[in-house]
Write a protein that binds this ligand. Sequence first.
Ligand code: FE2
Length: 415
Amino acid sequence: MKKKFYNANIYRNDTATEMVVEGGKITQIGTDLPKCDEEIDLGGKLVLPPYVDPHLHLDYVYTLSELGQEGAGSGTLFEAIELWPQFKKTLTVESVKRLALKGIRDEVSQGVQHIRTHIDVTDPNFTALKAMLEMKQELKDIVDIQIVSFPQQGMYTYKGGRDLVEEALKMGADIVGGIPHYEPAREFGDKSVHDIVKLALKYDKPIDVHCDETDDTHSRFVELLNALVLMEDYGKRTTASHTCSFGSADNSYAFRMMDLFQKSKMNFISCPTENAYLQGRQDTYPKRRGLTRVKEFIESGINVAFAQDSINDPWYPIGNGNMMNILDNGIHLAQTMSPEEIKTIFDLITYNGARCLNIQDSYGLAVGKQANFIVLNESSVYEAIRKRVDVLASVRNGNFLFRRREPEYEIPLDL
Ligand code: FE2
């Protein structure tokens, strides 16, 4: 059966207003396309490929409420990492699935269809990993989930952590993770970066590292990671998440490194709400805001995407899975709002995230791609971001995951 979605304002396409879908794929894009079995009016609204959340901790979502807390203590990264093991002991496969489902529902109901989740594997029972491997299969019709084998308590700080990362890859985790800035000495951080790259090559898996999530400008694991993947020609399959310290690095170092990032084609992920909240805690004033060099990455053609990171967990109390909110915060912190920048601003939560996830072959609004897209409650990019509009509909494989009406007033404002 052929379906035509018409009267659409298609993102990054100045001419087409219609898409024909058949067998779950986009088969035609243009105007005045031939009549189809079913025709759906999108009301002149902006159509984007689905939001991508390329960095989220689904085994942590809603654990803050479970701990009976509404705030997150003093708000430092290291305090949160210390809090976590007490809670981790209480997890069961069922409890992880119950909470993760709430987080997934938050995201999918707001237009996300692709999630990369870091799952803590510094647990010899792999409770969270087992839960997430099941969910990935059970939910594949509504959301694509990639699982990072992530040693939250360190490959070396946690005894046997490196081997647990490897075991998780054998069990089915998709991506190699790490946290070099949390290892107890630089030597061990370096060692973990070498291990990450070796494991990725051994198991033919992509890399996504929690890298330099600190204000300490001496934390430069991104340099080693980039060098190794440059030499192995593995940059396109590698992502450095956070790289907060790079936002504090001096320019002579930063510009030299950005040359090298361009060469390796490594990807970057910034978590603007999370890191604005966590970083700069030891600063007086001026107070740093934790963001890596997002604007300069965009200007240099280095791929960078925004992510949520946390929903109601000890790291960040008020995450809610709304990628528009992430984009809103991110472009303020990165100062990217020129007319040129606005035109492609949604790339930061769509196409750029898709590149981090290496799903470009099936992702996007073009002929031959999967018929996955969302409809925003505005017709232009500028008005959509200015009004921070909601997602009205999410379509997957040509079918609505949900569709809702524009909000209506019971008593309209008389103005
Ligand atoms: Fe994270």
